[in-house]
Design a protein around this ligand. Structure first.
Ligand SMILES: Cc1ncc(COP(=O)(O)O)c(C=O)c1O
Length: 375
């Protein structure tokens, strides 16, 4: 055999290698007899990660996508022209823009309701085809009663698909499928990754027909998670529950401290009712006192331990301004309707020592003269 042929054909026999961690299957093609077929369809690292999510969500199926937005796009592909999509008013900015554009392009009616209230839920249109909402919401972490939305939506149309973006609760603290939702959706870029170093999206369901549609959509639209990201996410999931508990403890301490600061007008933290939402981790919003709103940028620059930017739910603390960050793509009127002001600060509490974070926030408040408000 020529050297070149040998180089091309050389393989090590891994039959008895028995690694303690599944290796990264960094290949696009599998032999014809393999059940994995082609990595755009399925890959061992993706499948292993899906098994982890099924265990966590207690769901029959999980479908991993390349990003949270890819998971949302995959879900929208369940709709057809003439359908009617209902979303909640408080929602991640990019999701909102995608819904507007997608619905306009494919002649799907879009209705925006306030599903945090009974009036909003009761306003559900009779011809609703899909309801999609986050709970807790981004921003303001308000809760939506999943079972009540499901009941109303299915009363209007028994075939309506109810989708909960459960990114901020995670299946550890809230299991939408248990409350009757058809699909749970996640940006895995957030808590599941937890280290700001990998992107991903997840959909979970108990419905085999929905699972099949989502897998096919993912295959034909090329939205599957890549093997490297699946491997990294799988590794992150090994510390998931420990990280979540630590985030949760630190966040409640900082929430309590913020509530006592004169420089703070309001703190937003979700209502943990114990039946739908059983706990919470890191995302916290607060508004700076009106008289300090002009000093917002100064406050953020004074913080030494909070990184700025769009990252959230990771091991390092972050600070961001939703008005010009996560919701920048929404217009002024939409932001006003959401109650999204320039004063709103978003904190994502990491795993640093809480005392250090409080000392950092404290000196930043001092720098902008918040302490003088006490006098
Ligand atoms: C609630 C929610 N859903 C979905 C997404 C989109 O996820 P990704 O950035 O992984 O595409 C985000 C992003 O911030 C989000 O906050």
């Amino acid at each position: 055999m020529h050297k070149l042929t040998q180089i091309l054909k050389q393989r090590v026999d891994t039959t008895n290698a028995a690694p303690v961690v599944t290796p990264i299957y960094q290949n696009s093609a599998f032999e014809a007899h393999s059940p994995f077929f082609y990595t755009r369809k399925n890959n061992p690292n993706v499948e292993e990660l899906e098994q982890v999510f099924c265990a966590l969500e207690e769901s029959a199926f999980a479908v991993c996508c390349s990003t949270g937005m890819a998971a949302i796009s995959n879900t929208l592909l369940l709709l057809k022209p003439g359908d009617h999509l209902v979303i909640n008013q408080l929602i991640y900015g990019c999701s909102y823009v995608l819904f507007e554009r997608f619905c306009q392009q494919y002649q799907i009616e879009l209705t925006v309701l306030d599903l945090t209230s009974d009036e909003g839920i009761n306003a559900m249109p009779q011809d609703v085809s899909m309801v999609l909402f986050e709970t807790p919401t981004n921003p303001f972490v308000r809760s939506i009663a999943i079972a009540a939305v499901v009941k109303q939506a299915k009363k209007c149309n028994p075939n309506c698909v109810v989708v909960v973006d459960n990114t901020w609760a995670t299946p550890l603290f809230q299991q939408p499928l248990m409350h009757g939702a058809d699909l749970s959706l996640y940006s895995a870029t957030k808590y599941f990754s937890g280290h700001s170093d990998v992107m991903g999206g997840v959909l979970t369901t108990n419905d085999p027909v929905l699972a099949q549609h989502l897998r096919e959509a993912r295959f034909y639209h090329g939205a599957i998670l890549d093997p490297n990201s699946a491997w990294l996410l799988r590794r992150s999931m090994q510390t998931f529950t420990i990280r979540m508990r630590a985030h949760g403890q630190a966040t409640t301490q900082i929430r309590d401290w913020l509530q006592q600061q004169s420089g703070v007008e309001a703190v937003f933290y979700p209502q943990i009712d114990g039946s739908q939402l059983k706990g919470y981790a890191t995302l916290l919003f607060f508004t700076l006192a009106e008289s300090l709103s002009e000093r917002y940028d100064e406050f953020v620059s004074a913080l030494q331990l909070f990184d700025t930017g769009t990252g959230m739910a990771c091991v390092t603390s972050m600070v961001a301004r939703p008005y010009s960050g996560s919701h920048a793509s929404m217009n002024e009127q939409q932001k006003q309707q959401m109650g999204l002001t320039r004063q709103l600060v978003r904190l994502s509490i990491g795993l640093e020592e809480v005392d250090d974070l409080i000392a950092d926030l404290s000196q930043a408040f001092e720098q902008i003269g918040a302490n003088e408000l006490n006098a």
